[in-house]
Every structure is written in structure tokens, then in C-alpha cells.
Design a protein around this ligand. Sequence first.
Ligand code: GBH
Length: 515
Amino acid sequence: MATAKSHLLLVWLLLAATATPAVVGEKGRDDGDGENVKRTFPAGFMFGTATAAYQVEGAWNEDGKGENIWDHMVHEHPEYIRDNATGDIADDSYHKYEEDVRLLAELGSDFYRFSISWARILPKGDLSQINQLGLNYYDNLINELLDKGIEPLVTMYHWDLPQALQELGGWPNPILVDYFEDYARLLIESYGDRVKHWITFNEPLEFTMGYAKEAYMPPSINKPGVGDYLATHTVLLAHARVYHMYDTEYRPTQQGNISITLNTDWVEPASDSPEDIAAQDRMLQFNFGWFAHPIFSEEGDYPQVMRERVAANSEAEGLPRSRLPTFTPEEVAFIRGSSDFLGLNHYTTSIATSGEEGPNPSRDRDRGSVGCQDPTWPTSASSWLKVAPWGFRKLLNWLHKEYNGVTIMVTENGFSDSGELNDAGRENYYKTYINALWEAIMIDGVNVFAYAAWSALDNFEWTRGYAERFGIYHVNYDDPNLTRTPKSSAQLLKSIFTEKMVEKVETPSEYSRSC
Ligand code: GBH
């Protein structure tokens, strides 16, 4: 089954490596003819890169920083992390931020997406103690970026909850809505004169798994189908609280935007059968609609299919109420529309078919669809990350349709290898994915205004340690100076970022869908 189609894939990979002639009749503008066709992005389109505090900063206990749940987990459970690695030092960006900003400038970045470490600013999580040295660090970073003409884009929360707040139960405790609001207000008061794009949360789909599974994400609590639903409920209310605070109290003077970053694979049905198409829809709703439907749909609230299925399973389990918490009508209205754009993290594609997987109970089981990836798709150093640029274009089109022409910022997209300087795999990934992006914008009319490559530099890849590298700049972890060196992909991205053009490459129109 896979063979004929995998040949097509091979042909495509060869094509992707060389320039191909322009296709006549497309709506988008292809400049040039014959070889080296360039695809120009709309005027004002922004290119940049992204990182996250725990993955790059290091200095985990310096200058008054408090402990967070990642510090805690890597120290208490080194066995959860490949090679017992930690982010104690990471890329030492806390001390090397000036050098890092120089690299970003060298790359021609319009913006830099970084996150703020909550416990660096509020060591106890609450306002009982404000760490001025922590505030100064981000102040300096923001000023350094602006000085080099790079716009700062700030993620308030990229997975590193202060341990003191975890001791109150963490995200399943609704009191965290208040604590998050206090923290966000301090950030906006401190930096909002200069920061015009805010992201409240990065990938709640991932970090709420910390309350559903062991050894994947702190606090590593094994309550699937309960802890993840409760955590998400708080996170959505906290997001909306901060959105409204910004909207009413700060937007009039600061005139910025605020949003949330959600992640998903594109999901392809295993076949065109109605069962597989329904499984595809459930996969997208349970993984993405769970967060996006309450915020970006016209009706708000969790997706109907999710409310129905979790309620039915909970009843069958003899529970007096659904494991999926309920929003009041006031809360539905409060969350609905609480975003100026959609932040999207996207890396790969998977395939869905109807069936059951995962522990009982769990969100996986509630979903009633099983995911997999086709082994013939080209891969990266990360087992989950298969190269499928056509899936990126399909996902962008699905979002456009599902959420009524929503304005999108791609807040992460990237490829892992084991750290080669000559990173042809990453170059191929960016060329093909940025082509797919161009097609979605210029041919299909999807509203995307910015794109961030993950990541500016190699960094601590969570439980995968330092083995899977996403950087455009290489970091030498054997060298105490943690020397940064541009990889080949830095040249490629520099030309894309500065010329706002990508060289045209073909993406396959047929691909195999078997697992
Ligand atoms: C992003 O998550 C993060 O925002 C970023 O911090 C991270 O460094 C980057 O991606 C690269 O990973 O094989 O079952 O363990 C991306 C979404 C989804 C990727 C879950 C890892 C693990 C699947 N992540 N996936 S599994």
C-alpha cells in the first residue's frame, strides 16, 4: 500500500531540494520565471524566532529567582529527563542575552518571541515578594531588542509555574485565576509601554497534561480525564480575565494586542469513510477545539461533541456529574471573543481513525479516536515530528473556516536534528513549510500576519534534554562558554526574513495515509 505513494514522496523530496518553474494560473504572485521562482509575502508580514524562559535562561536560582515546577521536577526526578539533563544552566541566556539579541539582529528578525519566568519576578508566585533583579532582566532584554529594531513579543506563561502555587494545587485550583491576573498586571504595568504583543499561555494542551500523566510534564500528577479538564477550566478563565483587564484598563493607552497560543497537528482521516472523517473531527475538537472553541467560535463553550461524550462516559462510570467542568452562561460570554488573534504552534501531521486508546478514564478515551503517523513520512530527530508541509496548509485552511476567518500568528514552527551545523533537513523543512504558509495566505486567503521559527538557538527540549536540537544557531554544550554558531539554516532564514520571500518548492499533492 505504501510503496507507490512513498515513491511519490521520494520524488517530491528530490524536487524540494531544487528550484522548480512557476505554475501558471495561481492567484498568488510568483516572481521570476524558470529557475529560482520567488514567492513574496504581503507587505508588513513579520518574521521572527521564538524561545521560552526555562529552555534558554539558566540561572535557575540566581538573583532572587524562586523555584518553579520545572526546577522542582528535574531536581526531584532526574530520571524523567533524558540523560538526567536540567535547565539549571541551559543556554545561560540570563547572562548572554546581549549576544543572543545580536544573533537575532544578524538573522534579520522583525520580532522575538520569548517568555517570562513567573518565579524570577515573583519568587513565591504571589505579590508578597517582588524581585526587582528579575524585573530588571526583562527590562534590559526588551530595551536591547528595541535598540536593535526587534519587536519584543512576550509569552507570560510557558510552562514554569512557581512551585509555591503548585503547593496550592496548581492549575486545577481556580484561585490561580487571581494569581495569574496579579502576575500579568505586573508585567503589563512594567513592560506594556514597550511590549505590544502579549501571549497569555503557551500550549495549554501540553502543560495541562502535567495533571493527567506522569513523567511528561510537571507536576506529573496521574489523573487523566480529570486533572487535565480541571486545569484547562482554570486556564481558560485566567486567560479571559487577563484579556479583559488588558482590553479595558491598558489597551486605551498602550494600544497593543493580547492572545493565546494553541498547538495542534493537522489531522488527516485514515480514509475518506464517514467514520474516519468523524474521528478526524473529534481529534481536532478534543485537541484544539477544547481551547479554541470557547474563545474563537461564535457560540463559545467547549465543543458540543466534547461536552456530550465526556458527560455520557462520566454517567456510565457512575459519576454524579461530568468530569468536564461546566461554564456558567456568564463565563461562556466572558471567554468568548477574548483574543485579538490566534497564536498557532504547529510542527507535524497525524492520522485519525475511530477507536479507543489510552487509560480509562482519560481524554484520549473520551475522544474515541486513535492517532498515528505514516512511517513513510520523512522524520526529524523527534519521533513525533514527521515532515508534512501539506498538512500545515490544510490546517491553516481548516482554522480559517472553523473560526470564521480568524487572524493568525504562527508562534512556533520548526524541526529537530542532533545538532549538525550543516542542517539540510532543517533547511528543507523551513523551505517547504514556509511555501505551504505562502500558499495558504496568497492562494487560499487565510489571514496570517506573522511567523516565528522555533527556535533561535538549541535549547533544553524538556524531557528530551539536549538530544533533540531545534536551533537555527548551534549551542556547544561541551564548551563552558556555550558558544553559539550559525547553522546553514541561518543563512536560508536570513534571506527569507530580510527579503520577505521564499524560493518556490513543490509540495506533494498525494501522500500515503497508512500507519
Ligand atoms: C513546542 O511544543 C513547545 O512550545 C516548545 O517549548 C518545544 O521546545 C517545541 O515545541 C519543540 O518540541 O512523543 O508523545 O511525547 C510542541 C508540541 C506536542 C511536541 C507533544 C512534543 C510530544 C509527543 N509538542 N509532543 S510524545
